[in-house]
Every structure is written in structure tokens, then in C-alpha cells.
Design a protein around this ligand. Sequence first.
Ligand code: 5GP
Ligand code: MN
Length: 519
Amino acid sequence: MGSKIIYFTINGRPEQAEFPLDCPAQDVKDLFRSAAEAGPHDILKLYNPKGNIINISPQLAPNTPQSSYKLEVVAANCNSEPLQSLEKKILIEAGETPAIVYEMKRQVESFREKLESVEHLSWLGLFKELSDATHKPSPFYHKRTLRKTREECEHVRDKFIQMSSLEVSDEVRQYLKTPTFDNWQWEDAEIMVLLQVMYVDLDFISTFNIELEVLQQFLYQVYRRYNNIPFHNFKHCFCVTQMMYGLIWLTDLRSTMDSIDLLTLLTSAVCHDLDHTGYNNAYQINARTELALRYNDISPLENHHCAVAFEILEKNESNIFRNLSTDQYKRIREGIIRCILATDMTRHNEILNKFKSILTVFDFSSKDHRDVLMMILIKVSDISNEARPMDVAEPWLDCLLQEFFNQSDMEKLEGLPVSPFMDRDKVTKPSSQTGFIRFVLLPLFMELASLFPCLELHIIDPVRKALDYYTEMEKALERDTLTRAQSDKTAKSKEPSASGSKEPDPEAEAESSLKPTAV
Ligand code: 5GP
Ligand code: MN
């Protein structure tokens, strides 16, 4: 087994680390920790020459002294001992603990909690995996682990309310308008604040006389009704809404559509997957679930998402439309229903063809045209992960495949038909993306970009890059499969055939090596 040399600087001083290729992850982290003379509670950050943070792991890409990485110790001694001794000192001098110290302690605790609970900050080395069980398919998956607990919800709500009085910087507000926004850096309470910012910055609060407490109660109820599932969760709701928000600004939709249409678009995005259980319509119909029964197999999920949205809006305390006139409410309800029902992918071609047929004569003053455009906008936002930077998009694919595999595992268990694109024995990360990007994403995105050419740069280019990335990955997997099959064949021909043990089947091996690794 060979070794790997990584060049890096610490405080401007060049260093190099050498470790065996099969070195355990913890040892690699410790190696860098000692190079930085950092303690066990210190946080290390490693940057590549582009200035991006990279994971300290055995998979670190080898480099040269010319393309050296930069190591930084960002927060020394993250435990609360210094705070405790400070509190003691103050107590001796002042006689009582001032409120400001309590507040500081609360903030430190809250920050620690964030570092320990947000999986995508795990590169900081503080993440605590709470339970492996939630990531494994279980026969009770759809019945037991799904809904958020009351404690969980109330905790997040309290945090959200506390945070919502803080000012969100202009920098974040601008960043929030771009498709490069990284959702993984924000916890749920912060995401709720960001959603609130969207309603404020689109002037909905003043235009529609929405009381802040009502908006907060609405966002909380929405948060509560997204389930703890791998993909169709509250973070997906946020991403879709944030892409919609970005599209509204990028295409300057405020100059061509009225506020009711914009409020319809944003709120439809917020509500579009409410109470998704992680099983698609095909499953609902084949398994004859309550939803399929209730909606006669017609878009059971989308009908349900929409019904839950209006259940929330029926309650006065969370009805952000409560100050609208009857006519305005009627229009917005119609619009939201149309938009959410349009997210059923079985209607993809129908809606795209309709859009294509009006594109050359598109007229913003025509309600019919605007209605079709709104359906296209929510569809684009809904499947827009690949339009995001690679390090934001790729974890989403892992989440999607995890949810797909959970469903197909269940289908196998229940003897129901299994969709091939969800089958863990048939799908790989690249195979799932290349076709989807070529035949679904690009054709859809390109039609929208022909109406708004500025989108080429913002959403088409990244999708093209993603296609190249997954095409390369697909080729690499194929090469890997071939090499493995050949080396298995060679090994087999060298083996004495006396053992009587079952020999590996190169075809089965080849197939299993095609399985996605990170899912
Ligand atoms: P949904 O409304 O369910 O969030 O999105 C529509 C559907 O599009 C998803 O359930 C999934 O089947 C498909 N989809 C969305 N994004 C991707 C993607 O990046 N790759 C693939 N293969 N399918 C996707
Ligand atoms: Mn969705």
C-alpha cells in the first residue's frame, strides 16, 4: 500500500503531511491537528488554492508545493471553561451574575448545539450522529420515524422567534437572491428567518398587510408539517422557495407580474411538498394508500400538499392572506392550487408543450400566458438542485437516492412494482443524473431561458457543468467495473480449483461495483 503527501501551510509556514493510503480518517485529522499544534477542542479549516474549504480526510486530493493547501485554526478551545471562569471572576467582583453573561452563555450553548447537530457542518469535527437508525430503511420507516416531535418543533420555533428580531445583513439578503446560495450552512430556525426575509424584501408585508406574528406562525406551521425524511423535507422546501425567489429577482418579474402573482409563486413554493412521506405517487397508487383512495389516484401527493397548505391557511393565526379582499383571496387560492398541482412530474410534457406553444407570442398581459409561466417557474424551481454549485447539489442527489432506495426497499418487501430508477441494484449516481439532465432538466430550463436570456448564465451553465461531471463519473465507473471484472478473471485463473467454495460471479461483482458509494 502506497502513501500520499499533502503540502500545506500553517501561519504561512510550509509543511507536508505523509500518510498511508489506507490511513484511518481520525489519524489523518490528528496529523493535521498536531501540525497546527491544535488541541482536541480546536477547530481546523483546510482551504484549497481556490479558497474553498475542503474536508480533512484520507480522500484528500494529492497536491504539489505549488498548489499547497492552507490550514487554519479557527476557534481555539471551544468548550465553555473560559466562560465559566469568567463568570466566576465577575461573580466575585460584582456579587451577582449580570444578565449579559447569561445571554452570552445561552448564545455559546446555542452555537455549540448548531455545530453538533448540523450534519453539513460535520467537517468541523463536532457533529454528533444522533441515530443511525433514521438513515436505514425500516419496515416502520413510513409510519414511525417520519413526523417531527413536539419538543423538536417547539425548540426550533423558540429559536426562530428569538432570531427573527435580529437584523439580517445586506450581504446575506443579496446572497439570498442568487442560485449559488448554500442551504447546507443554515439550520432550520435560521432558514425560517430567511423565508421571512423573502416575504419582507418582496414588500409582501406592506402590500398585503401581513402581520409579522401571523407570518411567523405560518412559517412555523409549514416547518412543522415537513417530515423528517431524506429529501422531501423542510430544507427542500427552502431550496425550492429560494430558487423561486432568485428567479423572481434575476428575471425582474416585479416589472412584469403583479404582487398577487408573486405572492402566489413564493407561497406555492413554500407549501409545494407539505407532509410528503417519502413515497411517490406510483407507490401511493400501487399500495392503495389513504391518499390514493382519497384523491382517486389523481396526483394524490400534490393534492395532499395543497390541502395541507390550506388547512394551515384556514387558521386565522397562521393565515397570511387574512387581510386580503375576497377577490384577492380567491385568485391566490386558485393560483396556488394550479402551481402545486403542476409539480406532478407525470404532467411534465403537457405543461412544457403548453409553454412552448405560447412562447413565440408570449404576452405578460394575458392571464393564460402568465398562468403557464407560473407553472413553469415552480417546476423549474422544484427540480433545480443541479443548477446549484456542485458542492451544494451533490449532497441533494445523495438524499434523493436515499429516499428512492427506501421506497424501492419497501416495494420489494411488500411485493409491489419497483420503479427501475429507484432500485438500489440498478441505479448509480451518474446514471440517475445524466438522463435526467439531458431529457428533463435542460429541455425545460432552456425554454424558460428563451423567455429570459439572462438565465443562461445562472441556471443553464451550471446544469451543463453537472452533466459533464456526471458523464465523466459514469465513464470512470464503467472503466472501474471493467478493470475489476478483468482482475477477478485473472485471479480466478490463478486460483487452485480444489476448494469447492463458491466462486465470485464477475458479472454480479461488476454490477455491485456500480452501486453508488456515498448513498
Ligand atoms: P418533487 O416535486 O418530488 O420534489 O420533484 C419532482 C421529482 O423530480 C422528484 O421526486 C424526483 O423524482 C425528480 N427529481 C428532482 N430532482 C432530481 C434530480 O436531481 N435527479 C433525478 N434523477 N430526479 C430528480
Ligand atoms: Mn419538490
